[in-house]
Design a protein around this ligand. Structure first.
Ligand code: T4K
Length: 367
């Protein structure tokens, strides 16, 4: 097998043809509006709503800020139950808003928060649940909703990975009091940096709009304790250009996801995330190895061929001692050590994907 010359990373941004982006930028140059909820941000919000069947979308500067704004808008103070199997941003957002993250372990199949364990973590200080739709795979939103109703808690979905995912025919972003998504370069749809909040509550939507803009109302009076979460026109232009290709990107991911799944299923000791087929957006392809030792060997074999998968999410966030007080989360900790996300993106060629599959198979076959 020959070594791949160009490095293959875990992902590569899906980008519209440059001319289409430049065409959108011409308008920005002409009218000189660069930011402050300009015409392109408003258009991106409108087109995203049309495409995803949403009632509203509050575009912001990144997914972490979207999470913070959701907490702020719901005026939460206290404990927020979340998953340890996530990116650090979930927990930083909770902490930056002065709340306390409380971890609840995950389901070993779906890799999402295990709803049967949430009630064990509820105290008189609990104010909300912040589950993550891990790798775009929908959480058990009905079970989580039932718990929230029973204990009068808010739900904020960390939907950073979930653009394009659905649940029972609706966008997954429609669930929870607020869903916060990311439009980062590494996501299915990107504005380079960016994100957004979605809520079906009209008043909350207006509040989120004010919060991202220093707390101004339309008359520029300060009516909220806001901050700067605005998206710029330059970022919105990129989002609009890319949005045109969203269906192509989604379909391509699904094909490549299936290709990995079919080929690697031949190896009996590998496990895969239990996804809701047809609802998950196939944005990542995680493989769970029987041991960390085998993962390391496979990762090294891939690296030797200039291929760089990523250990999302490693380590389990409850073990970050600089950020949180450690509490054992056995399932998340074990899976974090054994999970590897393989390269998956629009421009990944079939030759490259075959090389990745063969490298894994060959390495596992070696005793
Ligand atoms: N909640 C969850 C569950 C999340 O996963 C995230 C972010 C958030 C909240 C917060 O959303 P944001 O505030 O980020 O909008 C990446 C992303 O930075 C981060 O957005 C993402 N999750 C996380 C899972 O992954 P890294 O450290 O892996 O990025 P990096 O720079 O190593 O990129 C990975 C690969 O992507 C590179 O090897 C090459 C490629 N790449 C990356 C960038 C940035 C490119 O080809 N072009 C690029 O511009 O964090």
């Amino acid at each position: 097998m020959k070594k791949n010359n160009e490095p293959i990373y875990v992902t590569k941004p899906s980008l519209a043809p440059l001319e289409e982006y430049v065409e959108l930028l011409k308008g920005v140059w002409e009218n000189g509006i660069l930011t402050h909820n300009g015409p392109l941000v408003q258009r991106l919000e409108r087109e995203l709503c049309q495409k995803m069947g949403l009632n509203n979308f509050v575009a912001v500067s990144n997914g972490t800020i979207a999470l913070q704004m959701a907490i702020k808008a719901l005026e939460l103070q206290g404990e927020i139950i979340t998953t340890p199997f996530t990116w650090i941003a979930t927990v930083s957002a909770i902490k930056w808003e002065g709340c306390t993250p409380v971890f609840c372990d995950i389901d070993p199949g779906t890799l999402n928060i295990d709803p049967t364990k949430i009630e064990d973590h509820i105290t008189d200080k609990t104010v909300a649940i912040m589950p993550v739709h891990v790798f775009g795979n929908p959480c058990d939103v009905e079970a989580i909703d039932a718990i929230a109703r029973k204990y009068n808690l808010k739900i904020i979905y960390d939907a950073a990975h979930a653009i394009g995912s659905t649940y029972k025919g609706k966008s997954l972003l429609e669930y929870g009091n607020v869903s916060a998504t990311s439009l980062h370069a590494t996501k299915l749809l990107n504005t380079a940096e960016g994100g957004g909040c979605v809520t079906s509550n009209v008043e909350l939507d207006k509040k989120l709009q004010r919060l991202r803009f220093f707390g101004h109302n339309e008359d520029k009076d300060i009516v909220e304790d806001g901050f700067n979460g605005k998206m710029t026109e330059v970022h919105a232009a990129l989002g609009l250009a890319n949005l045109k290709y969203h269906d192509d990107v989604l379909n391509d991911r699904k094909k490549k996801y299936r290709m990995y799944h079919e080929s690697l299923s031949e190896i009996s000791n590998l496990q895969f995330q239990k996804i809701s087929d047809g609802e998950c957006n196939y944005s990542y392809f995680p493989v769970i190895f029987p041991s960390e030792e085998l993962l390391n060997k496979v990762e090294k074999a891939l690296n030797d061929k200039n291929i760089f998968p990523r250990r999302y999410f490693y380590p389990s966030v409850n073990t970050y001692s600089k950020v949180v007080k450690y509490e054992s989360m056995p399932i998340s900790e074990v899976i974090s050590k054994r999970i590897l996300c393989l390269p998956l993106y629009f421009n990944l060629t079939s030759n490259a994907q075959e090389l990745i599959i063969k490298t894994i198979m060959n390495r596992i076959a070696v005793k």
